[in-house]
Design a protein around this ligand. Structure first.
Ligand SMILES: Nc1ncnc2c1ncn2[C@@H]1O[C@H](COP(=O)(O)OP(=O)(O)OP(=O)(O)O)[C@@H](O)[C@H]1O
Ligand SMILES: [Mg+2]
Length: 247
């Protein structure tokens, strides 16, 4: 049996007396969409910080394809196949859309070429072109990021995370603040990504969670409250009480 693409084992971290993530374990299946839900402050983003290496866990392990990567810095996690987008935007606002994508794509360049101008790398330029196309940003390539709509900025953020060709993509509320139309477009986009990348998603829009996810993990007060297929989660009384509200 092959190892799961991503596994969390007993992950824990505390801030002062607050157990922000408390002994959380789960596995993520390859080429599936796994979604983490839970109330504000449940520990979802902190869990992403532990998995992506932004924070070192106080306890527990992170395994990528069966290899223990616990405590590795983000660039090592990235080398192991992990990429993430942020709940708070992480773009270079004064650079163009194309320049942002070129910087991100250059990460794949061998060290010997790293100091050459990006314009000299055909591989990086081809990657940029592919991402512009896929994310419907081609006509905005020369626009400064600050001139994009909120929805376009969030879309660019997902494109940036994909530029390094990750195996696992962590998306923290990619539809936050989006209009209904943009949210639907982004959902379709995420669905299409799952053909060649494993997606671990944090999302608040419960309709979207139910339609998009193969597997749902519910966080509550730092702990994993439940996990299962979307329909099982919807019908779970403990989840309804803690998060979904009315049965
Ligand atoms: N660096 C930090 N220092 C201190 N406390 C923190 C830190 N990061 C998060 N926390 C606290 O940990 C708890 C979990 O926060 P986290 O951001 O993980 O929640 P979340 O589930 O992502 O919430 P939201 O849905 O609002 O994004 C919160 O009480 C938060 O205030
Ligand atoms: Mg969060």
């Amino acid at each position: 049996m092959t190892a799961p693409i991503l596994e969390a084992r007993g992950l824990s971290i505390a801030f002062g007396g607050l157990r922000a993530v408390d002994n959380v374990s789960f596995t993520v299946a390859r080429n599936r969409i796994t979604t983490i839900i839970g109330p504000n402050g449940a520990g979802k983003s902190t869990l992403f910080n532990l998995i992506s290496g932004a924070l070192r866990p106080r306890g527990g392990q992170v395994l990528i394809e069966g290899v223990d990567q616990t405590g590795q810095p983000p660039y090592r996690m990235q080398a192991a196949g992990l990429a993430r987008s942020f709940q708070i935007t992480n773009l270079f606002f004064e650079l163009s859309v194309g320049e942002n994508l070129r910087l991100a794509s250059q990460i794949l360049e061998p060290w010997s070429l790293a100091l050459r101008p990006v314009s000299a790398s055909h591989a990086a330029l081809a990657r940029v072109d592919e991402l512009l196309q896929r994310f419907s940003l081609k006509d905005k390539a020369s626009f400064r990021v600050s001139a994009l709509s909120h929805g376009e900025q969030r879309r660019l953020e997902v494109a940036l995370a994909l530029a390094c060709k990750p195996k696992v993509l962590l998306l923290d509320e990619p539809t936050q603040g989006m209009s209904h139309g943009d949210t639907q477009d982004t959902a379709a986009l995420i669905k299409s990504l799952a053909n060649d990348v494993t997606v671990l998603l944090i999302e608040h829009d419960i309709g979207l969670v139910m339609s998009l996810s193969d597997h749902v993990i519910v966080m509550h007060q730092g702990q994993k409250l439940a996990e299962g297929a979307p329909a099982d989660i919807r019908n779970n009384p403990a989840v309804q009480a803690a998060y979904l509200g009315h049965p």
